[in-house]
Design a protein around this ligand. Structure first.
Ligand code: HEC
Length: 76
């Protein structure tokens, strides 16, 4: 789910693409509430769509948790 629906824009390894990178390093300093709100409401003026039709708030929170705990990809 993360890879297919989110990876389409954020890149299959979530390093960024059309959307910004969603790696743990990129999310440091951004609050859970802010990120959950971004996922549920989307972000105006950008390609980030709102997901609240498909995701509950608890599911968005879970996604943020997964993003924060992604294994580090080796830099190349
Ligand atoms: C249609 C393309 C698209 C899809 C699909 C998409 N995103 Fe995004 N997303 C974006 C863009 C573009 C941004 C950057 C918005 C900006 O520039 O502020 C973004 C930003 C974000 C942010 C905020 C990142 C930050 O650093 O502030 C989060 C979190 C996020 N997306 C999560 C997700 C998740 C989780 C999914 C899958 C359920 C998803 N996105 C699917 C385009 C997309």
């Amino acid at each position: 789910m993360l890879e297919h629906d989110c990876g389409a824009c954020h890149g299959l390894t979530l390093q960024g693409g059309l959307g910004s990178a969603l790696t743990p390093e990129a999310l440091v300093g951004k609050s859970d509430d802010f990120l959950v709100a971004t996922i549920l409401e989307g972000r105006k003026g950008t390609a980030m769509p709102p997901w609240k039709k498909f995701l509950k708030e608890s599911e968005a929170r879970w996604l943020v948790l997964q993003l924060r705990n992604l294994p580090k990809k080796q830099a190349d």
